[in-house]
Design a protein. Structure first.
Length: 121
């Protein structure tokens, strides 16, 4: 989770276990979690709003996972640097015209014109 003040604690990436335990996708907000991200204590209002149980066993379960959940600042400069490195790798396998970026971390490569280089005909 980022802790950027202007992003309301965006959950930018999460592990499969995080998604399973907290029922979240990769992109959501920290204020939707069933625990307070600062105190790591169960958040009754958020839990009730989401229709989650509020019994002692569930509270203990959520708080135990909340204690091992990491909040880290975003590092967009590093993310961009790695994306550029990946783009350079793509250029080894396709022309610039065949690389179709969609966003900073998504895109498509059309291998139609270079397929014969990789698969014997």
């Amino acid at each position: 989770m980022s802790r950027a003040e202007n992003a309301n604690g965006s959950i930018l990436a999460s592990s499969p276990i995080f998604k399973h335990v907290f029922g979240k996708s990769n992109v959501s907000r920290s204020y939707d979690l069933p625990f307070d991200i600062y105190s790591r204590k169960f958040h009754y209002y958020n839990a009730k709003k989401q229709g989650l149980p509020t019994d002692r066993d569930f509270i203990d379960f959520i708080e135990s996972w909340a204690k091992v959940t990491f909040s880290v600042p975003p590092r967009m400069d590093l993310y961009i640097k790695k994306n550029i490195q990946i783009q350079h790798i793509f250029h080894n396998y396709a022309s610039v015209d065949d690389i179709l970026p969609y966003s900073i971390d998504e895109g498509f490569i059309d291998f139609t014109s270079s397929l014969n280089y990789f698969i014997p005909g």
